[in-house]
Design a protein around this ligand. Structure first.
Ligand SMILES: Cc1cc2nc3c(=O)[nH]c(=O)nc-3n(C[C@H](O)[C@H](O)[C@H](O)COP(=O)(O)O)c2cc1C
Length: 407
């Protein structure tokens, strides 16, 4: 008799293997059929330590909540006041992460810019360059300087409000990307000076530098081109975060962006997405430790009001205001969001972008109020409860060992 249901299969000893589960077997069959590796978008699908493993220690006898209807908390943030003449001032600690023009359409990028401007935050260009519509609709626009240089234009550097040098993305540290031919419209092709309708690979490393010393030179070059006006960010995909953050600060970055393994991508190899890099939750403490050791992590909050800091933006898997607040509590100054805004846009159009940003801000306000805090930088790991066995708490970095040498 052929077994009809899982119970009868189990009685015959036909259990599904945890190692070779259905998804794995399907992947093996697909690979055998095609002989090529999988390239896909989105982000890691495996279960990873995440913000859900953290809980807030809310108000109680020992901590008094704010009265939410009368007392507000300060959640605005200044980014890039270390060296830039014109630092950014964001009303909310959430910024829209760089997404390529090509992966996203022109109207989508424009809608993100309009939504971000309405709530007083910034949006970011991406691979493929800056469109006039996006620039026009974004009050504060960060211009990405990427390994591929697709769409790179020195005039656009000057039109931007900040520059983000992308060294890597959390979904694919050290990896390049792929834009499918069907997305290479006439306009996308023209901006990238590549043929229309043909798959485009984007490079994994910058053509003109190979290490941290070159990064110092590049940062200075970009500062010169833009008259030392614009904050310079350095974005890294989370892997050797402690060292990368230290090197970025030494090279002169005003802001460091750390994108964790959960981060979204337009497309890259599955093997990168699922097996390269470390989770956002593990990356933040390493970044904070590096900044603290250099004396540039929230110096004003620590009483050094005269000392300028280097701000930390964290991205990768942010889904709601609780995630934002938890990232801030672990030491981020702001978070970047990618897929969340894409989903909001797809669900409710341009209005969805505004709704989502406002909701994130309100939820952060709720958490801060509950904890009785009046400013985001008062949030710290002491406001968080975590199960030591399920996550990698800040004091237990050894779960993701720091390498002693080599970067
Ligand atoms: C459709 C799409 C396109 C992206 N394009 C870029 C890009 O051009 N440059 C870049 O640095 N990161 C790019 N990213 C990564 C985002 O900047 C960000 O690091 C990531 O989406 C954060 O994770 P989240 O999606 O979970 O918020 C892209 C992500 C998505 C989803």
């Amino acid at each position: 008799m052929t077994p009809q249901n899982p119970d009868s299969r189990a009685r015959l000893g036909l259990r599904e293997s945890a190692t070779f589960d259905r998804t794995t077997i399907a992947a093996i069959q697909r690979a055998a059929d095609t002989g090529i590796y999988d390239i896909r978008g989105w982000g890691a699908k495996r279960a990873l330590p995440h913000f859900d493993d953290l809980l807030f220690l809310g108000a109680s006898m020992s901590r008094y909540p704010l009265e939410g209807y009368r007392e507000r908390c300060a959640t605005d943030v200044v980014l890039g006041d270390r060296f830039a003449k014109h630092p950014l001032h964001l009303d909310i600690p959430v910024t829209i992460a760089g997404m390529s023009f090509g992966a996203l359409s022109g109207p989508a990028k424009e809608a993100l810019g309009r939504g971000a401007s309405e709530v007083g935050t910034s949006t970011t260009t991406g691979d493929g360059g800056m469109t006039p519509e996006e620039r026009g609709q974004s009050k504060t626009l960060v211009y990405q300087y990427l390994p591929s240089r697709y769409g790179m234009n020195p005039d656009d550097l000057r039109k931007a409000d900040a520059i983000e040098i992308v060294l890597g993305q959390g979904a694919k540290p050290g990896g390049g990307g792929m834009l499918l031919g069907q997305k290479i419209s006439e306009r996308v092709a023209a901006m990238r000076t590549l043929p229309q309708g043909i798959d485009q690979r984007s490079a994994c490393r910058h053509p003109d530098w190979t290490g941290p010393d070159d990064l110092t030179i590049k940062i200075n070059e970009l500062r010169e081109i833009t008259d030392w006006e614009k904050p310079i960010y350095v974005k890294v995909g989370a892997s050797r975060v402690y060292y990368d953050v230290k090197l970025a600060v030494h090279a002169g970055a005003d802001v460091v962006v750390v994108d964790g393994m959960q981060g979204g991508t337009a497309a890259t190899q599955e093997v990168f997405i699922e097996h390269v890099g470390i989770p956002t939750l593990a990356a933040i403490p390493q970044a904070v430790q590096a900044l603290q050791e250099l004396g540039v992590h929230r110096p004003a909050a620590g009483g050094a009001a005269d000392r300028k800091g280097v701000q930390l933006i964290v991205s990768g898997g942010i889904r709601n205001g609780a995630d934002v607040a938890k990232a801030l509590a672990l030491g981020a100054d702001a978070v970047g969001i990618g897929r969340l805004q894409g989903l909001a846009l797809a669900a409710a159009g341009p209005e969805g972008v505004v709704h989502m940003l406002k909701l994130l801000e309100n939820e952060v306000q709720c958490v801060l109020g509950n904890l009785g805090l009046t400013s985001y930088d008062q949030l710290g790991p002491e406001h968080i409860y975590m199960e030591p066995d399920t996550v990698n708490p800040p004091h237990k970095l050894s779960a993701f060992p720091l390498l002693e040498e080599g970067y």
